[in-house]
Design a protein around this ligand. Structure first.
Ligand code: MN
Length: 251
């Protein structure tokens, strides 16, 4: 029997995670371990400074007072310790996780945590728009889950999926796009007259680069971007090694 761990960063009570879990039930036994509250943009944070509580809410359904990374860790090491999951699926996130934003995303980080632990993973996000539904994203997740269960993924990799607000025309395999920062920080005054700041006030603007996740979604397709844990830049590594031969470094 296939075992699938589902998590997210929007929290256990978000709609997207339940639509996803229901869609994956036909593939095997689905376990949900998710944060007990909103945890978007916490990235890959791991809680080390306080104990964590795991609350059993129903059969194979758990909430954790921690981050998405905490949830995947407890899911694999505690909840499913008898036999680790064959696949981890994170989402369906309420909102896009494309381009540079994958670095802030708790949804994508939950999938990266699985990749670190040697388990194939998929992150799924729903791009927002009028009259969107989580159902097409859940179907897309089920198709990709079947493929990953059958053929696996290379070690240290995951699939990052973004689904457009209108029913997708199909899927495209993409690379990460590039975001241009607009009003990154908004300055205001609080009711007590003190200056305060909000990060992320402006609408994100994306560069129209062909082949990117952003372009695929803008053209009505679901994007599937393969990501890797190893962020080493091979070209710069070679350049530095070659250049360092002429550096006068103390040995
Ligand atoms: Mn989120």
């Amino acid at each position: 029997m296939v075992r699938i761990l589902v998590s997210n960063d929007d929290g256990y009570h978000s709609e997207g995670i339940h639509v996803l879990a229901d869609a994956l039930e036909v593939l095997g036994e689905v376990w949900v371990v998710a944060p007990d509250r909103e945890n978007s943009a916490v990235s890959h944070a791991l809680t080390l400074q306080r104990p964590l509580r795991l609350t059993r809410l129903a059969e194979r359904r758990y909430a954790v007072d921690g981050t998405p990374t905490d949830c995947v860790t407890l899911g694999i090491c505690t909840v499913m310790k008898d036999r680790p999951p064959d696949l981890v699926v994170s989402g369906i996130n309420f909102g896009a996780n494309m381009g540079d934003d994958v670095h802030y995303s708790g949804t994508v980080s939950a999938a990266f945590e699985a990749a670190i632990m040697g388990i194939p993973a998929i992150a799924v996000s729903q791009v927002l728009g009028e009259h969107f539904s989580f159902v097409p994203a859940a179907h897309m997740a089920r198709h990709l889950a079947l493929r990953v269960l059958a053929r696996g993924l290379p070690p240290g990799t995951l699939l990052n999926v973004n689904v457009p607000p209108q029913p997708p025309k199909g899927l495209r395999f993409t690379r990460l796009g590039k975001r241009r920062y607009t009003e990154g920080v908004v300055e205001d005054t609080d009711p007590r007259g003190r200056v305060c700041y909000w990060i992320g006030g402006g609408d994100p603007v994306w560069e129209r680069i062909p082949g990117t996740d952003f372009m695929a979604v803008a053209e009505g397709f679901a994007s599937v971007t393969p990501l890797q844990l190893d962020m080493t830049h091979e070209g710069l590594l070679r350049d530095l090694e070659a250049e360092a031969a002429s550096w006068d470094l103390p040995s």
